[in-house]
Design a protein around this ligand. Structure first.
Ligand code: AKB
Length: 316
């Protein structure tokens, strides 16, 4: 089957990288990038683009009608930190956008849908270490409970409509091609930019705040591997835990110092993102992803650090 792939929210941190990875695999013309904003260079210069507002169902329907996608990736979302500033807007975008896409995917018989979930689905009463796939989940951010509700919708559409929806609970993502927008884990990207530009960084999370993180190359590979896995091997239709690698700002700074010896880190007195980070797992168990679709992490902390500094140095 010739694939026609629609990526909604293509301008963001994941979209920028995923669109190009998909274009390399399926061919530029087969991958329609779409976003509410003007395309970023990496998207515009490499293939077709459409303006899309996921909250405007008529607009979305027109795009489905025009392109008849076989796969849809819905990436448009408001992340954890911005979600706390605009709670109603975050709920609306994250929920209504998802339901629009799920309904259109059923109507247009889309073969596969990808929708990202997050470690933010866990909350203060979830086990903090090696957080299992199934456990108490009491997220206390709008982003977190919109992702948890979204997971339930995905599983529901699979069960009731046979829609082949697949999802991953991403840890914090670290990439050099695009900046993150409005998350709690963003420090782990900003720190590399500041290390190269100024040699110092003030972390908004405290020195010993451990969070699960992942290099973007691993995240993109995971996404493509999950989407290519045989449907019958998938036992989870909510979203798969992915562990990534857990570290604290102190540990990350130590790693950066091995390459930039004069690098200095300091810590903000207080920041609202700290409470969000404190409610999330410190490490994750991803045995279901390993078992069901052969997931294996490649980038550890030294590899992430080297990759970020080497690549960023070329572009900033
Ligand atoms: C955020 O920090 O909000 C995101 C996430 C972990 O989902 N990066």
């Amino acid at each position: 089957m010739t694939e026609k792939i629609l990526v909604i929210g293509a301008n963001g941190q994941i979209g920028t990288e995923l669109v190009n990875a998909l274009r390399n695999v399926y061919g530029a013309e087969q991958v329609i990038a779409s976003d509410i904003h003007d395309p970023v260079d990496a998207i515009r210069d490499t293939g077709p683009f459409e303006f899309v507002n996921v909250l405007d169902n008529d607009n979305l329907q027109h795009i489905f009608q025009k392109h008849q996608p076989t796969q849809v990736y819905l990436l448009a979302a408001i992340l954890s930190a911005v979600g706390e500033q605009k709670p109603k807007m975050a709920w609306d975008l994250n929920m209504t956008g998802l339901i629009h896409v799920l309904d259109l995917a059923v109507e247009f018989k889309v073969a596969k849908v990808f929708w990202p979930s997050s470690i933010a689905v866990f909350g203060p009463h979830s086990p903090q270490f090696d957080t299992p796939q199934y456990c108490v989940m009491d997220p206390n951010t709008v982003y977190g409970f919109s992702k948890l509700a979204g997971e339930r919708w995905c599983e529901y559409y699979f069960a009731k409509h046979g829609l082949d929806v697949r999802s991953i609970r991403y840890p914090g993502l670290i990439g050099w091609r695009a900046n993150p927008g409005g998350g709690t884990t963003d420090y782990a990207v900003h720190i590399f930019h500041e290390a190269l530009k100024t040699g110092k960084y003030e972390s908004f999370l405290s020195a010993e705040t451990a969070l699960p993180m992942m290099y973007m190359d691993d995240a993109i590979r995971a996404t493509l591997d999950l989407m290519n896995a045989p449907a019958e091997s998938l036992t989870i239709r909510s979203a798969y835990n992915l562990a990534g690698i857990s570290f604290t700002p102190t540990q990350l700074a130590e790693e950066i110092k091995k390459i930039i010896p004069g690098f200095e880190i300091s810590y903000a007195e207080s920041d609202p993102r700290q409470a969000i980070a404190d409610s999330w797992p410190k490490s994750i168990d991803d045995s279901y992803a390993q078992k069901d679709w052969g997931w294996k992490l490649e980038y550890d902390l030294p590899a992430i650090t080297a990759g970020m500094l080497t690549n960023l140095k070329k572009i900033i």
